[in-house]
Design a protein around this ligand. Structure first.
Ligand code: ADP
Length: 160
């Protein structure tokens, strides 16, 4: 029998309730879901890769088939190493589509056996991004409902 292994890659700086919504949907669909934190982001991240992994582990521990890992370099190489056949990505609005399309087609060119699957979050998360969460935290705004409580605490102490 085939086992479906999917990778959900991202910066997760930090994990938001939108990411968690997608992880919950992916957990129902795939046998094994690897949430993979991209280490070498272009800009200086707010949280280190270790902190991002810690937060993800805390908020996904209820799901046995969800694993949290960190990766560097080409996603297709990482997917090959991990034996994954699916890349999971989220589409919030049309504005995400163009970038996601470009990435998915490039990844397909690099590794034709790797399929990208897109999921839509619950509509209340369709405006939510980690970037906005960081900005709200830096300006001292309310974060309830946008990130899990443990992430909110870490954000508050990070920016204070
Ligand atoms: P962000 O764009 O919030 O900084 P990432 O770069 O970590 O997040 O995104 C990783 C993946 O998660 C991308 O496919 C992105 O579209 C998706 N994603 C991020 N936030 C949401 C959300 N609120 N709902 C659905 N998908 C999301």
């Amino acid at each position: 029998m085939k086992t479906s292994v999917a990778i959900y890659p991202g910066s997760f700086d930090p994990v938001t309730n939108g990411h968690l919504d997608l992880i919950g949907r992916g957990e129902l669909m795939f046998d094994h879901l690897i949430v993979a934190v991209l280490k070498n982001v272009e800009k200086e991240p707010l949280f280190s890769a270790t902190e991002r992994v810690e937060m993800l582990k805390e908020v996904t521990k209820k799901w046995d088939s969800v694993e949290v890992d960190v990766f560097e370099g080409l996603l297709v190489d990482y997917a090959r190493r991990r034996g994954a056949g699916v890349i999971l990505r989220g589409i919030r609005a049309i504005s995400d589509y163009e970038y996601e399309l470009q990435m998915a087609l490039m990844n397909r060119k690099l590794e034709p056996r790797l399929e990208t699957v897109f999921m839509l979050p619950g509509e209340s998360y369709s405006y939510l991004s980690a970037k906005l969460v960081r900005e709200i935290a830096q300006l001292g705004g309310p974060l309830a409902g946008l990130v899990p409580p443990t992430v909110e605490q870490r954000l508050r102490s990070k920016v204070s």
